[in-house]
Design a binder for this molecule. Structure first.
Ligand code: B12
Ligand code: SF4
Length: 463
């Protein structure tokens, strides 16, 4: 074996996901697998999602050592580090890649990675595997898109890796190297439907300040519509899922592309229920019609805040009214709507929190998810608050989500903001649709408690 690829995500360790149970296959390493196999490398995948770290460590101990490649994002750092260390101990050469390691090159090299791959990795690994076999700094220095420890332990970074110019020339992700059926079965057992993910494009050209662009920068490359339809047709015939998740950053980014894709799906008589994410400014009546006709049953709109000044400070590039309009357009076509919201971004005050509550009540989405803003290293937001960052004591045991920002309201404050939002929306649902989990009295007392909590915890800050 030339390379064993894995990712440090273990579903059974993730108490939150165990409630949700909507796992998806790790497409990044599957793309690497199919590319490298097509180039003649012997590549295996250890899909950690349904497995345990002990099982993975056993493989590392019992298999004759080769090269291990680990995918890491900010949530899987702790596991990725543990895997790198177990691999080193068992004599493996180690490579780490994905969205997080590029932001923490020194830390990953210090934690046991021999090489950090920065950016898109297909071509990089194709050159790196022979270079690792050859050994020596000189061969590594000739591979673009990597960082490694050179002579005297100095971090050496090679030139940036050029992006793949034609995504259609690439093979589809190597789904057959893992059990996609397990993902579908898990979905079906918990939701009655099975889902498979697919991507139609790489990279996002927008510049929301808190969003990580460490892999694809601000580039955007689309596959040809017919090539995506070929893949979907194959997925349907091979796995028969009940739905597809289009895991693009912004699915409706290019309307011309969307209409061609819709035509091709129609021409082949394909209509598959699917879910996707988009931006409010990329939805208009024609796009909403195309989505509905294609079978889109739910669309997630990055909404973040009901305050225009907060949206502007995020450089989100949309208005509150565009979000309202997009949600109404999709609802009017029978598409369920989801809103992503963010508390605690720079400049947000109590009146902005109230504006967000009103925004969500007015939009009345089917579902909304909230998060407290966290600075991902490498983003403009991280740079902006860098003087006030209170990093956790142990990098290896934490994630960027644990970084505190001196002077920002406490977590408790945002829990009250969340309680206010949820209770206000529930009250509205009770009053207008008669649909709610609690009585009016209970909900109203939650609202009073949340406003009081916000007032009392207002001066509590991350110190
Ligand atoms: C799909 C997705 C999810 C799915 C994951 C499902 C799955 N198993 O794939 C779900 C919804 C569960 C999810 C959750 C989260 N996600 Co997410 N997600 C994405 C998304 C939109 C697409 C991922 C994808 O398939 N990309 C396509 C593939 C081809 O790209 P890729 O994975 O980057 O792979 C390439 C390179 O990274 C590299 N590479 C990949 N693996 C490896 C391995 C080795 C060894 C090497 C050398 C190279 C390498 O080569 C690949 C091909 O060129 C990305 C954004 C994006 N466009 O990539 C965000 C993204 C990865 N997610 C992100 C975040 C923050 C999260 C959450 C923390 C969100 C949250 N607040 O809960 C959670 C973490 C969950 C967890 N425990 O891991 C961030 C990560 C930022 C960071 N610095 O780590 C991203 C980049 C979004 C963003 N722009 O901020 N996510
Ligand atoms: S948040 Fe969405 S639209 Fe904004 S830069 Fe990130 S992926 Fe693009």
């Amino acid at each position: 074996m030339d390379l064993l690829l894995t990712h440090g995500y273990f579903l059974y360790e993730d108490t939150k996901e165990l409630q949700i149970m909507k796992p998806y296959a790790p497409l990044g390493i599957l793309y690497l697998t199919s590319h490298l196999r097509a180039k003649g490398f012997d590549v295996e995948v250890f899909d950690s999602t349904f497995s345990s770290r002990e099982d993975l460590f056993k493989v590392l101990r019992n298999h004759s050592p080769s090269v291990l490649g680990v995918y890491a994002n900010l949530m899987t750092r702790r596991n990725a580090v543990a895997i790198l260390q177990a691999a080193k101990k068992a004599g493996w050469k180690t490579i780490v890649g994905g969205p997080e390691p590029a932001n923490y090159v020194e830390e990953y090299l210090d934690a046991g990675a021999d090489v950090v791959v920065i950016g898109e990795a297909e071509k990089t690994l194709e050159e790196l595997l022979p270079a690792l076999k050859e050994g020596g700094f000189a061969s590594l220095a000739g591979v673009d898109g990597i960082a490694f420890l050179g002579g005297e332990g100095k971090v050496e970074r090679t030139r940036p890796r050029a992006l793949i110019s034609d995504l259609d020339g690439q093979p589809w992700p190597g789904r057959e190297s893992i059990s996609i059926q397990k993902y579908i079965d898990t979905w079906r057992a918990h939701h009655g439907v099975g889902s498979v993910s697919v991507i139609t494009a790489r990279g996002c050209p927008y510049r929301c300040r808190w969003c990580s662009h460490s892999v694809y920068g601000n580039t955007h490359r689309r596959r040809k519509p017919a090539a995506v339809v070929d893949e979907i047709e194959w997925i349907m015939s091979r796995y028969s899922p009940d739905m597809i998740w289009i895991a693009d950053d912004v699915f409706t980014i290019h309307h011309g592309w969307l209409f061609q894709y819709a035509c091709e799906m129609k021409r082949r008589n394909l209509k598959v229920p699917f879910e996707c994410i988009s931006r409010a400014d990329r939805i208009n009546p024609q796009a909403a019609d195309a989505l509905a006709e294609l079978g889109c049953f739910r669309i997630w709109i990055g909404s973040e805040s009901g305050s225009q000044s907060v949206l502007d400070s995020m450089e989100r590039g949309v208005t509150v009214e565009q979000v309202q309009g997009a949600i109404q357009l999709c609802k009017s076509r029978g598409i369920q709507t989801g809103m992503f919201l963010m508390w605690g971004y720079e400049g947000e005050g109590l009146e902005d929190i109230e504006a967000t509550v009103n925004h969500v009540k007015r939009a009345d989405p089917d579902i909304f998810l909230t998060t407290v803003a966290y600075p991902i290293k490498g983003t403009p937001y991280f740079e902006q608050v860098t003087d006030r960052l209170l990093p956790p004591t142990s990098w290896r045991e934490s994630s960027d989500r644990d970084i505190q920002i001196r002077g920002r309201h406490s977590r408790r404050f945002y829990q009250y903001a969340d309680q206010l939002l949820r209770s206000e929306v529930e009250l509205q649902r009770l009053l207008f649709r008669g649909d709610s989990h609690g009585s009016r009295q209970e909900i109203e007392s939650m609202i009073v408690q949340a406003r009081e909590g916000l007032r009392l915890s207002y001066s509590e800050v991350e110190a």
